[in-house]
Design a protein around this ligand. Structure first.
Ligand SMILES: Cc1cc2nc3c(=O)[nH]c(=O)nc-3n(C[C@H](O)[C@H](O)[C@H](O)COP(=O)(O)O)c2cc1C
Length: 221
């Protein structure tokens, strides 16, 4: 797979893994993708704890409020933020907001790299922080952001519903929707198809049955 949009769209959250070994090479590629993520002022205030030991994977699955299926993942990677580093340069905003965003960018890179390597992944955010901290020896100044589960999927779930593009986009001002998104994306084919359809309908209402010519369509744009 090489088209990035294809990788993005085909990635799914995998909850059930095959009990299969994930190579260190793959794990290294996934963390390499993480470290290339953008971060505020390039502070790169993240660390990654790789968990391969089965007993510890079980503990962590328990810490994740008994999401026991993740214990079958080949690797669990705890993504940790070091908020103090961002706070040094950006104050409260760095500590509270940018640190989370930095880690989120790194996590998404990991999921996408896993997908491009043919592996499944899950972003696990629901966990008891204290239990996770004690299992991994995470100090108080470091904040665990997510457990990333990596492994071979038992099955690929269907894509869950995603909102259509036109419901998510405003132009220039909050809530300002455009009447014709195709015009903004230069999607001439859609505009022509719609016009052709409306002209044909109008003709049919008047009793004509022929298809409109391209020239007429252009005039109607
Ligand atoms: C911040 C965050 C926390 C999440 N926590 C969990 C979790 O604890 N358990 C889980 O099964 N999925 C978790 N997910 C995955 C979402 O449930 C999943 O991304 C969503 O249902 C959409 O499915 P998709 O990833 O296949 O597109 C989390 C995702 C994010 C971004």
């Amino acid at each position: 797979m090489s088209d990035i949009l294809e990788v993005i769209k085909s990635r799914r959250t995998i909850k059930h893994f095959l009990p299969k070994f994930v190579s260190w090479d793959s794990i290294a590629h996934i963390i390499d993708a993480a470290r290339h993520a953008p971060s505020c002022g390039n502070v790169q205030n993240w660390k990654f704890i790789v968990i391969l030991d089965q007993n510890q994977k079980n503990q962590i699955a328990e810490a994740a409020y008994d999401q026991t299926d993740i214990s079958l993942a080949g690797a669990l990677i705890i993504v940790c933020a070091e908020p103090e580093k961002a706070e040094r340069y950006y104050g409260l905003r760095g500590e509270r907001l940018y640190s989370i965003q930095n880690s989120a960018a790194a996590i998404q890179n990991m999921l996408l790299e896993a997908q491009s390597l043919g592996l499944g992944s899950a972003w696990i955010g629901a966990f008891d922080e204290d239990v996770l901290r004690s299992s991994c020896g995470i100090p108080p100044e470091v904040r665990p952001q997510a457990i990333v589960a990596i492994g071979y999927p038992q099955e690929i779930p269907q894509m869950p519903p995603k909102y259509p593009l036109e419901t998510l986009v405003y132009f220039h001002k909050w809530r300002n929707k455009i009447r014709d998104p195709a015009k903004y994306t230069n999607d001439i084919a859609s505009i022509l198809a719609r016009k052709a359809h409306s002209v044909t309908e109008a003709m049919q209402k008047k009793g004509h049955s022929f298809s409109p010519q391209q020239d007429e369509l252009h005039e109607n744009l």
